[in-house]
Design a protein around this ligand. Sequence first.
Ligand code: AMP
Length: 226
Amino acid sequence: MVPGARLVVLGKQGAGKGTQCVRLSHHYVIPHVSTGDMLRAAVKQGTPLGRKAKELMDRGDLLSDGLIMELVTERLGERDVRDRGFVLDGCPRTVTQAELLADILAPSDLDLVIDIEIATGQVLRRLASRRVCVDCGTNYSLSQPPLINWTCDVCGGDVIQREDDKEEAIQRRLELYERQTAPLIEWYRERDLLASVAGTGAPDAVTRRMVRAIEDRRNRKGGRFT
Ligand code: AMP
């Protein structure tokens, strides 16, 4: 059986986190836990959480640490995650969230945190071109659109530009990333949990770098994750 793993993926908006997390989730047969996807689903369903989240998300602001960690605690307590592990996407985004995540996982720990490194100029170009299916979240771009008239190839949903991929929100999200999320890179490096990979080039090349980093870590731990 493919061994499980407990992974966090960090990176600026547009670094390719979502795409790479889906790939790691398939490669290691582990659930992809994306706080952004969970929140977008809540907005779509019009739940109380979704109503609270919508305005903040559209502006590119962060939700409170308490609210996010409540959502994450619940998801990480579910059976599939307890059995196989997870690849966590979009969380933690602040040092407080990282501390709370460590508390949730104690007495064990994450196996690895991977930072996808990419220059700001490059993510700005990617985000401005990004389009996404409103129903299943599949990503497209202006240069790689769906086959037919902005209709999702996977599920037939409408493919649109996310409200928070518009210019003003992008600026805000990148500013918040630098201020609140970038310090996590040092935080995890100090705890010897960090691997950095280059986010440039084709998605396949980035996936290969990430899998290599995970396997290097597994070998360092004697072939087994916690
Ligand atoms: P994402 O798809 O990861 O970029 O998330 C979309 C939006 O959801 C963010 O811009 C935030 O408004 C909210 N969000 C997602 N994850 C978090 C988090 N860990 N902490 C605070 N807000 C979050």
